[in-house]
Ligand binder design. Structure first.
Ligand code: ATP
Ligand code: MG
Length: 340
């Protein structure tokens, strides 16, 4: 029985998959630590609950930004603590399939590999996020028929057209869900002179946010600090207001999908026209996003079951390709691109 695992180190959430059990862990990519001693206090959900609520020396942070590592040490701590939550004795020295965003530099790629290797894994195999998402969504990527996938998460929107196991055209947008949260924070500060935290902004985006004019106006109560008096204050915001704050970011992602389509060879465009575009990632659940893409692109949009899990499931489904990746004589189309 192999003890290999798959890891989706996402900007917002980290997910782990084992061949035996499928997805075994899904927690926010957050670490809280003592700023003076650098001692880790909590990781994952526990650390997420501390964001914006920590006293003086304690910091609670996302150590990845736009899909790449912004604090190397913290990512190491995050990965090792999350893996520790699994029964590590059974996972001694596993091989790991990990995904990376489409457009990252070799240095950034290396950082991901090193952070994972540092916790004692034997070898790390990389797969592009969009390819993993397509496999996880159940699309066939190995024949000559083209498929288009957009995995839209917290830090990046990875868009790609794939055929014969390779990427025909692609784009990785660095402004996605988290950027929308920041836009909401700015909007509320400007319009209501109220300071709110990004967690409140994210909750509003998930509960009442939309990117198509809402059929029914919903409201959300936001609590924060008055910018002038410094005192606590609450306001009620509507779906239309959240849409005003986040629409540009959503439209920018749709424009990138359109750009990728323009760069795609015409035969493959024909395939996509017939089958539609598949979207995955947490942001694909944002109300009105599929409709916005359909309206601009004039192509149907498919959403797989559990869109947030497509990438980790695709990484997991690629674990069996590890042996072929190690075999230099193998001629099969392998979704795993590089091994370290
Ligand atoms: N129901 C929902 N409505 C709107 N947004 C949502 C919903 N559920 C999740 N999100 C947003 O999706 C984003 C997280 O998506 P996901 O878990 O796919 O990201 P990630 O894989 O961690 O990041 P990335 O792949 O960009 O590095 C967050 O911005 C979150 O607010
Ligand atoms: Mg992701």
């Amino acid at each position: 029985m192999s003890n290999n695992i798959a890891l989706d180190l996402g900007t917002s959430n980290t997910r782990i998959f084992t061949s035996a059990k499928g997805k075994v862990l899904d927690e926010p990519s957050v670490v809280s630590y003592d700023a003076d001693t650098r001692d880790i206090i909590a990781v994952g959900t526990e650390a997420y609950n501390m964001i914006g609520r920590t006293p003086g020396r304690i910091c609670a942070e996302y150590p990845l930004t736009s899909g790449v590592i912004s604090d190397f040490g913290l990512v190491e701590d995050l990965v090792s603590a999350l893996l520790h939550k699994l029964n590590t004795s059974k996972l001694l020295m596993p091989k790991v399939v990990a995904c990376v965003p489409g457009e990252i530099t070799d240095v950034e790629k290396r950082a991901v590999v090193n952070a994972i290797s540092s916790i004692g894994v034997r070898k790390v195999y990389l797969i592009e996020a969009a390819k993993a998402a397509a496999i996880g969504a159940g699309l066939t990527i190995t024949d000559s028929h083209g498929v288009m996938i957009a995995d839209i998460g917290g830090g990046t929107a990875d868009i790609a057209v794939i055929s014969l196991g390779g990427i025909a055209s692609s784009c990785s947008v660095k402004r996605a869900g988290n950027y929308m949260d920041e836009e909401i924070v700015k909007y509320i500060r400007k319009k209501y002179f109220l300071y709110i935290g990004t967690r409140t902004a994210e909750l509003a985006k998930m509960t009442i946010g939309c990117v198509c004019p809402p059929e029914e106006e919903k409201t959300f109560v936001m609590k924060g600090r008055d910018a002038v008096s410094g005192l606590p204050r609450s306001i009620e915001v509507t779906s239309s207001e959240i849409m005003e704050a986040i629409f540009e970011t959503a439209l920018n992602i749709v424009k990138s999908i359109s750009k990728v389509m323009e760069e795609t060879p015409p035969e493959l465009v024909g395939d996509i026209h017939t089958d539609g575009i598949t979207i995955s990632g947490g942001l694909s659940k944002l109300t009105g996003f599929p409709e916005l893409i359909e309206r601009v692109m004039k192509i149907k949009v498919n959403i797989p079951e559990n869109p947030s899990d497509c990438v980790i499931n695709g990484c997991g489904k690629s674990i069996p390709y590890i042996n072929a990746a190690d075999d230099i004589n193998s001629t099969i189309i392998n979704p795993l691109v590089e091994a370290y």
